[in-house]
Design a protein around this ligand. Structure first.
Ligand SMILES: Cc1ncc(COP(=O)(O)O)c(C=O)c1O
Length: 395
């Protein structure tokens, strides 16, 4: 058919998580381990801050790149967390972390350019870059005895003369890999030398399973005009997925471009949600409580998935996902469909997280613990019942 839909957009593939979830997203019988969220509502104090803002009539336009008081609150939060002093002109508040990524991708890449995505990666990242018209390659983390790691040699080998942007998500959805500070410094140096825009997605910066307050951040390393945008948000650390608000810290000289694009995309995040975000930054005990919940969720996941001999699984260092591999699995989508149909559990198929992941699947362990255990036990039961036919009996 002759269509006015631009080829860049017509060729985009539906995210495989939404594709499976669309089948029964509203069905209360399903235990949803497919999305990146738990089942406990945002803390009451944060919800009350939004209610107060509405009661005060906070319903008007504000600065498209974010309310001044919120930008300053984000500055205060990041300065304290990382021991830095960010120029607030570098901070913007898009109406979701995802929107921040979409804007930043467009800032760095377009037709004729090449972009490199560290994978396995969340599928929306790939689509954001594809929508820019740039050519894309993936540099895949490797899986060793101690879990996932990135080879900087692989990354260097994937660079092209026209590479204009590199995307890295740390802690990583779906693998839970956390990029060490030394590697961050090395990657930053590459980007400085070649004038490549690095987009660092740090939305899981507080979802980490060691003693530190936060995962290593590029913000600790960057100068005001480095070619780096660090994107983050409230969804994961404060359980605020439905609020649609994030933040980004970019080079100081990007400020005008951000302001222009923020106007185009949504003319600023929802204004009373921004008030709730200010209150969230003050509620650090919420972050600590959720972190304890995810830590226990990780233990339960390790216990249940570890009991299944068919699966290869290394507990993640960060984020809140397990990304196990069923060696020989022929179709990760068929696996997700089978588990949904027979066990009423929603999981995400591996194929959607970039090339090379057809034998994998992702489950989110942010869920309340009884439901999580129940869901995981059903997943294992299904795999043990069907492993031979799923893998062609190859194992
Ligand atoms: C790696 C990654 N980046 C960004 C996002 C988007 O976050 P938000 O819901 O705040 O837009 C997600 C959500 O799952 C994610 O996993």
């Amino acid at each position: 058919m002759n269509s006015p839909l631009h080829a860049d957009i017509a060729s985009l593939q539906q995210n495989g998580i939404t594709r499976i979830a669309a089948k029964r997203m509203d069905d209360p019988k399903v235990i949803p381990l497919w999305f990146g969220e738990g089942d406990i509502a945002t803390d009451e104090r944060i919800r009350n801050a939004a209610k107060r803002a509405l009661d005060d009539g906070d319903t008007f336009y504000d600065y498209p790149q974010g309310r001044r008081d919120l930008c300053l609150a984000i500055k205060g939060y990041l300065d304290r967390l990382y021991g830095i002093d960010i120029d607030p002109v570098r901070i913007v508040v898009p109406g979701s972390t995802m929107l921040g990524i979409t804007i930043a991708a467009r800032m760095g890449a377009g037709h004729g350019d090449h972009a490199l995505i560290v994978s396995p990666n969340w599928p929306n990242i790939e689509n954001s870059y594809r929508a820019t018209g740039a050519a894309i390659d993936f540099v895949r983390q490797r899986h060793g005895r101690d879990g996932w790691f990135l080879s900087m040699n692989d990354l260097r080998a994937a660079l092209r003369p026209n590479t204009r942007s590199i995307f890295v998500n740390t802690p990583c959805n779906p693998t839970g890999w956390v990029m060490p500070a030394e590697q961050q410094a090395e990657l930053l140096e590459i980007c400085r030398e070649r004038n490549i825009l690095l987009i660092a997605d740090e939305v899981y910066h507080r979802n980490i399973f060691d003693d530190s307050d936060a995962a290593p951040s590029f913000l600790r390393l960057t100068r005001a005009d480095d070619p780096v945008v660090v994107v983050s948000g409230f969804s994961k650390a404060w359980a605020m997925t439905g609020w649609r608000i994030g933040w980004a810290v970019g080079p100081a000289h990007f400020a005008k471009a951000w302001a222009v694009l923020c106007e185009c995309y949504n003319t600023g995040a929802t204004v009373f949600v921004q008030q709730a975000a200010i209150s969230a930054l003050e509620e650090q005990d919420v972050v600590a409580r959720l972190r304890a919940q995810y830590t226990r969720g990780r233990e339960i996941t390790e216990e249940v998935l570890g009991s299944c001999r068919r699966l290869e699984f290394t507990p993640p260092q960060g984020a809140f996902y397990a990304f196990p591999r069923l060696p020989g699995l022929r179709s990760s989508f068929a696996l997700a469909e089978g588990i949904l149909d027979e066990e009423d559990v929603g999981i995400a198929p591996g194929y959607t997280f970039g090339p090379g992941n057809e034998e994998c699947f992702r489950i989110c362990f942010a869920m309340s613990h009884d439901r999580l255990r129940n869901g995981l036990e059903r997943v294992v039961r299904y795999i043990e019942r069907h492993a031979d036919s799923l893998t062609g009996g190859s194992i």
